[in-house]
Write a protein that binds this ligand. Structure first.
Ligand code: F6R
Length: 242
């Protein structure tokens, strides 16, 4: 694992955006794996800057998002589809039909998971951006006795719903289920970019990167991947040397 620490959020965002954009510069048809949550917002803003100022085009790129809540329409401002439009897609030149998220409104969710996996098989991800949950989740792959390889429906842990409640009017509105790419699909990405910020994640960063590889900390499985870059702010990385 290549672990880099950053003094400022701006430096971290610029570095992460440059890595993602370099995949598109190297191959205009690059397939990007994307994440939501608070971590990528500044990275997407920087990608939009680069699109505008350096004329980086995403016209031929394809994106796959990690996850989507079950039961929220894409017009719902808490859905991840809405988030992606708001923070990235509406501001760059990627055609919407080349952007993919699991459809959490699908009537037949198992069939939707199969459809997503088929697309991922046909268009393998060149670089997958990941954030890290406080409990070690990646995507919505929650800690547990076993992890699923492919895209699947997951019941969200109470701690994850509580962590995400800040985006909703009340805890009751936080969906109980989500569709997520599995750890297996994530590990199939050619390159992985894990980004973590904040003192509140220092312990889980240490466990995930240096602790035992265990389904209790899904992100620890990233230790088995040959090309993972980890970008941390000082706070998130402060327990690593201890
Ligand atoms: C989001 C996702 C989640 C988040 C994680 C961290 O698509 O898959 O795993 O990356 O929950 O969330 P933030 O960035 O809000 O701390």
């Amino acid at each position: 694992m290549d672990i880099k620490l950053f003094e400022t959020t701006q430096e971290l965002d610029a570095y992460a955006a440059a890595l993602i954009v370099s995949a598109v510069r190297g191959n205009p048809e690059a397939v990007l794996g994307l994440a939501t949550g608070s971590t990528p917002i500044g990275i997407y803003a920087k990608m939009i800057d680069m699109h505008r100022s350096e004329h980086i085009s995403f016209k031929r790129a394809t994106t796959f998002n990690l996850d989507e809540y079950v039961g929220l329409r894409s017009s719902n401002d808490q859905s991840y589809a809405y988030y992606m439009n708001q923070h990235l897609f509406a501001h760059i030149d990627i055609p919407s039909e080349q952007t993919h998220l699991p459809n959490g409104m699908a009537e037949d969710l198992p069939a939707e998971c199969e459809r997503y996996d088929r697309m991922l098989q046909e268009q393998p991800i060149d670089i997958q951006l990941l954030g890290l949950g406080h409990n070690g989740h990646i995507g919505f792959n929650e800690p547990g006795d076993k992890l699923s390889g492919g895209t699947h429906v997951v019941e969200l842990k109470e701690e994850t719903r509580e962590a995400n409640a800040r985006f909703f009017a009340s805890m009751d509105e936080v969906p109980e289920y989500a569709v997520t790419m599995g750890v297996g699909s994530i590990l199939k990405a050619n390159n992985i970019l894990l980004v973590v910020r904040g003192a509140d994640k220092a312990d889980i960063v240490k466990q995930a990167l240096t602790g035992p590889i265990t389904t209790d900390v899904p992100a620890s499985l990233l230790q088995t991947h040959p090309r993972v870059t980890v970008l941390l702010d000082r706070e998130a990385g402060r327990k690593l040397a201890q």
